[in-house]
Design a protein around this ligand. Structure first.
Ligand SMILES: Nc1ncnc2c1ncn2[C@@H]1O[C@H](COP(=O)(O)OP(=O)(O)OP(=O)(O)O)[C@@H](O)[C@H]1O
Ligand SMILES: [Mg+2]
Length: 325
């Protein structure tokens, strides 16, 4: 399930930026287009801090599609300490915090990505770590991607912004944030060895990560009447609830909308406990049967519906893809 198991030496400039963090800790956010090397850099920098004893560090994986911590559809947090060394695999870190976004790409879910990232970065900082790495999606286009990255920088206030680019594609964004007090921008070139992954490989990777997350899942019966059902912000399910309420009433739900749907299982404070996948719904929609690794059934109070489906063939497909089938 690893994104790439081949270890290649990093360009010297890349390791220099890793070293900078050892003497200047803080939030370090990596940005760049898809396959530019963001995750590669985060991993290398974290390893470097480990080598020089600057532990613990935290990683917040805000990439909701090509996730390295936790399953896709989530922002996830991991703490890294010496026990995880030397067999450090960025995609095998234990997950210490989850925020269910409900989608595998940010458009339509910008607020969820922003809030989730901020919440988990705050959690990491409160725990006393020196450096928090923030890995991000490759969405940096001039529309929503630009807005998301700009606002994320404004919200998190990172000490280090590691900008990995092929040409000048990040310069418009960097021009806007360059004057922020306390921000250090590190420009890196995409390495010649960076490997572009085709959409099918990306989908397979997502699928493998869902499979790994649900590998230990067990069936759980939920009483729909005891739950608050929170609609996704976009998509067929999202528009169903109408303008008056973001909450679902039972009669609005159809079995075919729910079967295979990935949902966030949240507690009474709307914190993500874990994810579930809907397997069956009783005829009267009063009972929803999910598979989930979550054991604490009594804590589940809110069901956040997503827009991603997972079926028994192990495919993670979005609602739009499902509608097109
Ligand atoms: N500096 C580098 N040296 C060696 N290999 C690299 C380097 N940068 C990237 N690669 C390789 O290129 C591929 C993509 O890198 P990586 O996964 O880090 O990109 P990313 O920006 O995180 O992509 P995504 O936006 O999809 O998450 C991987 O196979 C990685 O091993
Ligand atoms: Mg990545």
């Amino acid at each position: 399930m690893t994104q790439d198991s081949t270890e290649r030496p990093l360009p010297q400039r890349w390791t220099q930026v890793c070293d900078t963090l050892a003497s200047d800790p803080g939030i370090a956010m990596a940005i760049g287009t898809s396959d530019s090397g963001k995750t590669t850099w985060v991993k290398a920098a974290a390893q470097r801090l480990v080598q020089v004893g600057k532990l613990p560090v935290a990683m917040v994986d805000a990439d909701i599609g090509q996730s390295t911590i936790g399953p896709p559809t989530t922002v996830a947090l991991a703490f890294l300490d010496e026990r995880l060394i030397p067999n450090f695999r960025i995609d095998c870190l234990p997950c210490h915090g989850l925020f269910f976004v409900g989608s595998v790409s940010p458009p339509g879910h910008l607020l969820q990505v922003l809030v989730g990232t901020k919440r988990l970065v705050d959690t990491a900082i409160r725990s006393g770590v020196g450096t928090v790495f923030v890995d991000t999606t490759g969405l940096i286009d001039q529309g929503q991607g630009f807005q998301l990255k700009l606002r994320k920088i404004e919200l998190l206030g990172p000490r280090h912004l590691v900008a990995i680019q092929r040409g000048q594609e990040l310069e418009p964004l960097l021009a806007v944030v360059a004057g922020r007090p306390g921000l250090r921008i590190h420009r890196l070139e995409v390495a010649p060895s960076a490997r572009v992954r085709a959409p099918a490989e990306r989908a397979r990777y997502r699928s493998d990560r869902f499979a790994a997350y649900f590998a230990e899942a067990h069936p759980l019966e939920l009483e729909a009447e005891q739950l608050i059902l929170l609609a996704p912000p976009v998509g067929r399910l999202g528009t169903k609830v109408g303008r008056t309420s973001p909450l679902f009433q039972l009669h609005m739900l159809r079995r075919e909308d729910l079967i295979g749907l990935v949902v966030g299982l949240h507690d009474s404070a709307n914190e993500t406990i874990g994810l579930g996948v809907c397997e069956e719904v009783s005829r009267d929609i009063r009972h929803i049967y999910v598979r989930t690794p979550v054991a604490a059934k009594a804590a589940i109070r809110i069901l956040q519906l997503g827009n991603v489906y997972w079926d028994e063939r192990g495919e993670g497909i979005t609602q739009r893809e499902r509608n097109a089938l």
